[in-house]
Design a binder for this molecule. Structure first.
Ligand code: BDR
Ligand code: CA
Length: 325
């Protein structure tokens, strides 16, 4: 059983990550924390609460940072719409927020559990994670691991070089990648080209029937217009759920070891995740000299087993649908 805190900015694919986690018996969802990203934190928090209300997800939801650690705020309204979750119709949220700020929720939850038992799953800008490290650095050795959606080793989606979650708070991402803990980066190279809601997956979700199935189909119907139109992706990308899937079944992704650095100063490359892969045989050195070299302690997701990924999504949605009826 993987104990996780899902730090998110719902967000269409964030909502699917919530449902995948809530519906899988091997995930113990300790809480959901929200952050400004796809929309402002008021909207992402309302969306998280509304999803939990509508589909019976009974976990604490803690509202987090209203903006990046240092940079000006960047939102993804052109992708996720005016509410941050345009398309599906959700009921008003009917339960209260956790009283703690997300940063305190993360720190207190991690410190209250046995060492190396809680995994952080940030799938929005990493502001809450960066602030939590600054406020209580002991979480670094206490956390089991971090499995994050963000970054890319090939090309970005908000700039040619940068992926949105990193670009939106590059300083927080820098803090997160420099911390001495186990980080797996599940970036666009996997999520935007391989984790797609293909017609076959959509048909399987349609066959489930009921309100959860309709919600997910409405998500994909909306996001197909912006992913297809602006980003030219063939089918909706289910970015954030990949992190949860990889925790449920690690064989779902193949990985490589690398040393990842976040570009915070580049004129054209701010927010880029520069990956020095171990497979390069140690040929590349940051700064050009061997003395700049570090260990290859990060993990980068390379390939997704799409059929297994789809099975997990369908399985969670079926379980949640049965629980509801
Ligand atoms: C990431 O940005 C957001 O739009 C998605 O929710 C995902 O977390 C993809 O770049
Ligand atoms: Ca997200």
């Amino acid at each position: 059983m993987e104990k996780i805190i899902l730090d998110c900015d719902p967000g269409h694919d964030d909502a699917i990550a919530i449902l995948l986690a809530a519906g899988n018996p091997n995930i113990d969802l300790l809480g959901i924390t929200t952050v400004s990203g796809n929309h402002n934190v008021e909207n992402t928090t309302r969306n998280a609460l509304a999803v939990c209300t509508a589909y019976g997800v009974k976990v604490p939801v803690a509202k987090g940072s209203p903006g990046p650690m240092i940079a000006d705020q960047v939102l993804a309204i052109e992708i996720h719409g005016e509410t941050g979750l345009d398309g599906p119709v959700l009921p008003p949220a009917s339960f209260d927020l956790d009283k703690r700020h997300a940063v305190d929720f993360i720190i207190e939850t991690v410190m209250a559990h046995e060492p190396k038992t809680v995994t952080l799953v940030p799938v929005g800008p990493y502001t809450n994670i960066g602030l939590a490290i600054r406020k209580e650095p002991r979480i670094i050795e206490r956390v089991k691991r971090v499995v994050a959606m963000g970054g890319a080793y090939t090309r970005g989606n908000i700039t040619p070089a940068a992926e949105f979650n990193i670009y939106a708070d590059a300083e927080a991402a820098d803090v997160m990648f420099r911390a001495n803990w186990d980080v797996t980066m599940i970036g666009l190279d996997l999520t935007q080209t391989q984790a797609l809601a293909t017609p076959d997956l959509q048909n399987r979700v349609r066959a489930i029937g009921g309100s959860i199935s309709k919600f997910v189909l409405d998500i994909w119907e909306f996001i197909a217009t912006t992913h297809g139109g602006l980003l030219q992706i063939d089918y909706p990308a289910i970015h954030d759920a990949c992190c949860v899937a990889a925790l449920i079944d690690p064989t779902i992704i193949t990985t490589e070891k690398a040393d990842i650095r976040v570009e915070t100063a580049g004129r054209w490359t701010r927010g880029m995740t520069v990956c020095n892969f171990e497979k390069m045989g140690g040929m590349h050195h940051f700064g050009g000299t061997a003395s700049e070299q570090t260990d290859f302690r990060h993990t980068v997701a390379m390939k997704l087993d799409h059929p297994k990924f789809c099975d997990l999504i369908v399985d969670s949605l079926e379980r949640l649908t049965k629980q509801k009826t």
